[in-house]
Design a protein around this ligand. Structure first.
Ligand SMILES: [Mn+2]
Length: 303
């Protein structure tokens, strides 16, 4: 059975505390459990100070089949930073802003550049989602059309250089599918920016709760971010074109990404977010899954 582990974001000590709580023991240099496997939902790196240490823990677990890992948007940015397009320009440009965005990763790999490149190569081996008979895992949003697209067009459900270039440089179906799975649905904020926090205004978009029906809801109700500052009026219906409903009878889906507040709770009986703000509190969140189709909030474990 599986232990699903949320965003780690460079917090190795939080991860070690969590693995020990889950009875994973370091043997022959890697954390393992005699009867279970871990599944990391992506965003292992960045933000926190120990990206290198986190990768040093997770990669051996994956390579020895004690764990699975999928890609998060922070891994995607890092891969894109070090991948050149056909004009020899990095896919994620080396602007000051982008460098600052990835600075915690670069600092943790200071004078270990070759090791970082090696991890980038490893990231290319990680899939964009996992689907088992009775379990689904994605970093941000299980959007069935996007899953189907990746399943059909990405061999092994992974990137290669060409697919990464296409996904980031086109505005085509690869781009949409990758954005949806790794970043989720984001909707543009209203023109009237009065009262919005600076981050929302800068980005111009807000992340939404894809697991809820948006019809007739306000920005404030449907956003996962900066709740109190968003307008109370209804989202225009032209922005709610996508059918994101996750079927009630579908197998459980696990994801991270949303940095939710408060104590972990299930979003639905078969929908479970595992990111409860590791960036804010250094607490990594997991769900110990024993095959149940109806999830149970008592199975959350936090470091
Ligand atoms: Mn994320």
């Amino acid at each position: 059975m599986y232990d699903l582990i949320g965003d780690v974001h460079g917090h190795a000590r939080g991860l070690i505390r969590l693995l020990e709580l889950l009875d994973y023991k370091p043997q022959k240099g890697l954390y393992q459990h005699p009867g279970r496997q871990a599944i990391f939902v992506g965003d292992l790196v960045n933000r926190g100070p120990e990206s290198r240490e986190v990768l040093q823990i997770v990669r051996p677990m994956v390579q020895s089949k004690h764990a699975y890992a999928i890609l998060g948007n922070h891994e995607l940015n890092l891969m894109a930073f070090f991948t050149l397009d056909n004009n020899n320009k990095p896919l994620y440009s080396h602007s000051i802003r982008n460098m600052l965005q990835l600075l915690p990763v670069f600092e943790s790999f200071r004078s270990a550049e070759a090791e970082l490149y090696d991890y980038i190569d490893w990231m290319y081996t990680l899939p964009l989602f996992l689907e088992f008979e009775d379990l689904r895992v994605v970093h941000a949003c299980w959007h069935q059309d996007s899953i189907n697209y990746v399943r059909k067009h990405f061999p092994g459900h992974k990137f290669n250089r060409d697919l990464l270039i296409q996904s980031l440089q086109s505005r085509g179906p690869e781009y949409k599918a990758v954005q949806m799975l790794l970043k989720g649905l984001e909707i543009p904020l209203p023109r009237n920016k009065k009262g919005l926090d600076a981050e929302s205004v800068r980005r111009g978009f807000t992340r939404v709760k894809w697991w809820e029906d948006h019809h007739g809801k306000s920005y404030r109700q449907i956003s996962t971010q900066a709740k109190s500052n968003l307008p109370k009026y209804k989202i225009p219906s032209n922005l709610i074109s996508l059918d994101l409903a996750y079927p009630e009878l579908a197998v459980p889906v696990f994801f991270g990404h949303y940095s939710l507040n408060g104590k972990p709770n299930l979003l639905k009986k078969n929908i479970c977010c595992l990111d409860y703000g590791v960036v804010k509190n250094e607490v990594v969140t997991a769900y110990r899954w024993n095959g149940e189709m109806k999830l149970d909030r008592r199975n959350f474990v936090q470091s």
